[in-house]
Design a protein around this ligand. Structure first.
Ligand code: ASP
Length: 715
């Protein structure tokens, strides 16, 4: 382990003294507030001064550079949905426990219960490979707006740009629209596929507080896990192979073992998924009144079934851990989002902005701008039935009974047997389906799945327009009886039956499955979706996007005093703020830090959300925190900041003014859950695990000090 003494100065980068003076004086002159915004890393020059005035000792070029190693080289898009960061020169990667949850659950069995007990590879040989997991780095982000705007054939131009940027160099690329098509960026990336599980604390640490504490401050969750990226001997991506070697990243974050204190500058660098800052007042009203209530009810129903089942046996607790988490996360967020949007009078605020917009658009005598809000509103109205139907389809297919997707995956054997045979692919497909079947049933219980199916039917019928409900679902008697019949008659509910069919390999047997009730159900849902929903959804969304593009460029022209950032779109962004608490309600104040004493205060033996392993209770009671303690001898656990984050920022590095790691972003407070639609600077706070808690758990509690040894610790 290397500990550097930095006294707050930047390790690698020194600013000219005069400039530093200017920054310091600016910093003391203004009472700088955290700002809304998720900034594109190539455009940081616009906010560099502001960030430096708030306490950053780096330049925009230190954060994102194409010519030299920069912070961006240590930031990873983790499996497409989360963020992670490199913390050693030997490929060690840090992300959230909830981002690695699928992998931790995948490796868990009743005998080796890594969810419950945690997992620590004590040597490289013990690190666990993960099929399908990938870690993606940004190579370059390039503004190609002009090339697209000037092209007669934008689609071809996009293809040409990607081809030229990726030809023969092992990179992938795509042209991504930002700000509703007002700008386009060519983003090239490099993806590593051999990513092995290195360490995870017990869920009692990584998910401490469970659904009760999710989206809530004060928080005491050690939401972290560690992986390692492996590469071939040339440091290039390679599929899993025992002889692969630890990857050397372009940059890895020094870890600030001194942590942060209230008021410190902080930034979060990652891949925020989706924000909807530019929804107009009518669309916000539909989210509050229709979309969220429908989705919340669907999820409440399935959670009822899954939570009950998980309490019954260890096997079910493990089998449904991942599914429960993915359903519960957005379910609770939507509840908080509705509450916050109402409390903040989001509809009123949006209307107000729209009125000001109209006044300025008229003054500017621009008829396109004067028309745009009412055109958006008509388009919103036309889109909504399709949007709701699409959401409900997603609820069934991605969050509903697993039997549906499983049945659908047999479609090639059911529909295209002859074609597969002709092409000589039949045997491969059958072999692949055998593997998939084993995998599917590894963590599956038909009785629970049947319960999930039954639970979704009534909220679905209640909220969705009848024209989008497949006929066979419209008159199905009582939900339990209906689901029971589907499961009793479906071959897809039974591993043995499916395995026997695959072994028999008979065309006739598979073509009979076309009549299987689970297969028919998913077919009818897909028919309605693809024939009646998808096209309408697409055409109205496209029309809406182009109108919203006019709206956002008009907003920029008409309100030059305000900064408008492009909505998050799963591309790399940087947000900055301070370590600070909040006072979301009258007479109430949130402090910015929690400590280990709060873990013990919340501890309830035997409770599903607040139980703790006894050795952890003992260690916390002993209070031996050594180098990881704060100035008062406590162990910091989590902290909040005024960084504008969203889903996808999970696992993002929380970085101090010197570019050192002080924590991992993992959540927002309950009062912030509306921030995807309306950000409020005084209320919205992101929640980060304090790096000192991560280090203490890894080093002292888990005894995995070899991992600390590979980090560059600074203080
Ligand atoms: N908890 C969130 C997530 O799961 C992070 C956030 O939305 O702030 O992605």
């Amino acid at each position: 382990m290397k500990i550097y003494q930095t006294h707050g100065a930047c390790l690698r980068l020194k600013l000219p003294f005069l400039f530093l003076l200017l920054v310091v004086s600016l910093g003391t002159m203004c009472d700088l507030q955290a700002k809304e915004g998720m900034w594109i890393p190539t455009l940081l020059n616009a906010v560099e001064g502001d960030m430096q005035a708030m306490g950053m000792h780096l330049s925009a070029e230190d954060i994102y550079s194409v010519n030299a190693g920069s912070l961006k080289d240590a930031v990873v898009h983790f499996n497409g949905g989360c963020t992670a960061e490199m913390i050693s020169s030997e490929g060690l990667l840090l992300t959230n426990h909830h981002c690695g949850f699928g992998q931790i659950a995948y490796h868990s069995t009743v005998e080796n219960d890594y969810l419950k007990d945690g997992f620590w590879a004590m040597s490289r040989e013990e690190e666990l490979p993960n099929p399908d997991l990938f870690a993606r780095f940004i190579h370059k982000i390039e503004d190609v707006t002009e090339a697209i705007a000037n092209s007669d054939n934008p689609e071809q131009t996009k293809k040409d740009l990607v081809q030229a940027a990726t030809d023969g160099n092992g990179l992938e690329g795509k042209v991504v629209a930002f700000d509703f098509g007002n700008s386009h960026y060519l983003i090239t990336t490099i993806t590593y596929n051999d990513v092995r599980l290195v360490g995870a604390p017990p869920s009692a640490v990584g998910k401490f507080g469970g659904d009760t504490d999710n989206w809530v401050w004060p928080r005491h969750t050690g939401d972290f896990s560690m992986f390692r990226i492996y590469a071939d001997v040339n440091n290039e991506p390679a599929g899993y192979a025992a002889e692969n070697v630890p990857f050397t990243p372009g940059h890895h974050f020094p870890v600030n073992v001194g942590g942060a204190v209230e008021g410190d500058f902080t930034m979060v660098f990652g891949f925020p998924g989706r924000t909807e800052q530019y929804l107009t007042s009518d669309a916000v009203a539909r989210v509050i009144d229709k979309l969220n209530p429908a989705r919340i009810e669907m999820r409440e129903a399935s959670l009822g079934v899954i939570n009950t089942a998980r309490a019954e046996t260890a096997a079910l607790r493990i089998a449904y851990a991942d599914k429960q988490s993915s359903i519960a996360n957005a379910w609770k967020k939507w509840i908080g989002q509705n509450k916050g949007l109402i409390e903040l009078d989001a509809i009123g605020k949006k209307r107000n902005l729209e009125m000001q917009f109209m006044a300025r658009a008229s003054a500017a005598e621009n008829p396109d701008w004067m028309r745009v809000i009412s055109s958006i509103q008509s388009e919103n109205e036309a889109l909504f039935p399709f949007q709701l139907a699409r959401s409900m389809f997603i609820e069934w297919v991605y969050y509903g009974p697993d039997i549906l997707n499983f049945a659908q995956s047999f479609s090639p054997l059911i529909q295209d047997w002859d074609e597969l045979k002709e092409k000589g692919e039949l045997e491969d497909v059958i072999a692949a389906m055998q593997v998939q079947t084993t995998d599917h049933f590894r963590q599956y219980d038909a009785r629970v799945d049947e319960g999930v199916m039954a639970s979704l039917r009534d909220p679905y019928l209640k909220h969705l327009d009848v024209q989008f409900i497949p006929e066979q679902l419209q008159s199905t008697g009582d939900a339990e009886g209906w689901a029971k019949e589907v499961f009793d008659k479906s071959a897809f509910a039974d591993q043995q039956v499916i395995m026997a069919l695959l072994a028999k390999s008979s065309r006739k047997a598979f073509s009979k499955l076309a009549k299987d009730p689970a297969y028919q159900l998913i077919q009818s849902m897909r028919d309605v979706y693809f024939n009646q929903v998808a096209a309408g959804y697409r055409s109205h969304s496209m029309a809406l996007d182009s109108l919203t593009g006019v709206y956002t460029s008009a907003l920029r022209a008409l309100f030059p005093e305000k900064a408008f950032f492009p909505d998050a779109n799963s591309t790399m962004r940087l947000t900055y703020g301070k370590v600070e608490g909040s006072a979301p309600y009258d007479g109430m104040e949130y402090l910015p830090f929690t400590t280990s004493s709060g873990i013990l205060q919340k501890y309830i033996p035997g409770d599903a959300d607040f139980d703790l392993p006894l050795d952890l209770v003992d260690a916390l009671r002993a209070g031996d925190y050594g180098d990881y303690a704060d100035a008062s001898g406590q162990l910091p656990v989590c902290f909040t900041g005024s960084n504008h984050t969203t889903g996808g920022n999970s696992g993002s590095p929380a970085i101090d003014g010197d570019g050192h790691l002080i924590g991992i972003n993992f959540d927002r407070s309950w009062e912030s859950t509306m921030s995807d639609i309306l950000f409020d600077e005084t209320r919205c706070r992101n929640i980060m695990v304090d790096i000192r808690y991560v280090l203490w758990i890894t080093d002292v509690y888990a005894g995995a000090s070899h991992l600390i040894e590979e980090m560059d610790l600074v203080r």
